[in-house]
Design a protein around this ligand. Structure first.
Ligand code: FDA
Length: 316
């Protein structure tokens, strides 16, 4: 196996290690690399990044970083952060931005993994945020986490959609179940963000080989593009971006009938090129001090990132 094939699982395992988290977050040398993928630790940092992206014609979705919360107070604190963020986004919207603003939520940050009543607590917290977002005219999409949470997440999404029909959700093409989930969620009004998937998953539930993941992405995208919902094509992969264009032409979708989505700090020139081609491009803007898990997943995606990170660990 190539070294890059070994590094990815190692980095993803490290992304869940509290000991590694303590070490990495204390290192001053990581900051520059973190800044590439994370808009900053504070709300003003996030708003500055959002304003910059909006001024270039891109759309945004903002994520207050945090995951795997095992403390109810922390879950409540996350809700408070989102409510505050939504008030700031309302001000931006009132100042006349292009396109709908959005926030992205991780249910595990809202209490989904709490030992008692986690699912009900996450549902209640997400409901509070969706209510405030609806009042603010801001969209919401629920992120996808590791496969042990998928059933719970999709069940919460189905319930929330009864009250908030525009609620979006993320589906991960690397999961073997996802083509079927795409069929379930391809009806009128659905908003599905299709990504490859970023967690370490066993072969029993997820494709392990890159070509199989890419083929699954194409199969899922075909279902969504032929469906009645609004596909959100979340990838930086040039072959899949090209495939989305081909599907859009074949299914007669105009620029208003789907959108591309990319992560903050990744393929900025491609984001701008798609905007020039009059495509809608939404950028996922993460902020907050709980950046460790998100950052490690970004490193794991690309061997060059890992090499850069490892070099930064060497004493000067
Ligand atoms: P791929 O990994 O093949 O990358 C294609 C090219 O993009 C690379 O060759 C490189 O040029 C560039 N690139 C990709 N990642 C990079 C990186 N980290 N650093 C530098 N360059 C990079 N996952 C998940 O499990 N749950 C979720 O909720 C989400 N949410 C989400 C939202 C949005 C808007 C996006 C774009 C992605 C996600 N993801 C996610 C992450 C997703 O699952 C996946 O891990 C990354 O998007 C990388 O996969 P690509 O499709 O970009 O292909």
């Amino acid at each position: 196996m190539a070294i890059s094939g070994l590094l990815r699982p190692a980095m993803l395992a490290a992304s869940r290690s509290p000991r590694m988290e303590r070490t990495v977050t204390r290192m001053s040398t990581t900051k520059k690399l973190v800044d590439r993928f994370v808009a900053g630790e504070s709300e003003p940092n996030a708003v500055a990044a959002v304003e910059n992206l909006l001024s270039s014609g891109r759309y945004i979705t903002v994520d207050y970083l945090g995951e795997d919360t095992t403390d109810i107070e922390q879950a409540r604190n996350t809700v408070t952060h989102y409510l505050s963020l939504l008030s700031l986004l309302t001000l931006l919207r009132d100042s006349g931005t292009v396109g709908p603003l959005e926030v992205s939520l991780k249910l595990s940050a809202l209490g989904q993994s709490l030992p008692a009543d986690g699912q009900a607590i996450a549902h209640e917290h997400a409901h509070q945020i969706c209510t405030a977002a609806a009042d603010a005219g801001v969209l919401v999409t629920i992120d996808a986490e590791d496969h042990t949470t998928t059933d719970s997440t999709l069940s919460i999404v189905r319930e929330l959609r009864a009250d908030f029909p525009s609620l979006g959700t993320v589906l991960q093409a690397y999961l073997r179940r996802t083509e079927a989930d795409c069929r379930d969620f391809s009806g009128p009004g659905s908003r599905i963000r299709l990504c490859k998937g970023a967690y370490r998953e066993p072969a029993s539930v997820a494709y392990q080989v890159r070509a199989e993941v890419d083929q699954s992405y194409l199969d899922c995208l075909r279902v969504l593009m032929n469906g009645d919902g609004y596909p959100m094509v979340a990838t930086h992969d040039p072959a899949l971006i090209e495939a989305a264009e081909v599907f859009a032409t074949a299914t007669r979708r105009s620029s208003d009938d789907f959108e591309f989505q990319m992560l903050y700090g990744i393929r900025d020139a491609e984001q701008r090129r798609l905007v020039r081609e009059e495509r809608h491009v939404r950028v996922y803007v993460p902020y907050g001090d709980q950046w460790y898990g998100y950052f490690m997943r970004r490193l794991a995606e690309r061997p060059a990132n890992v090499a850069f990170f490892l070099r930064s660990l060497r004493p000067g």
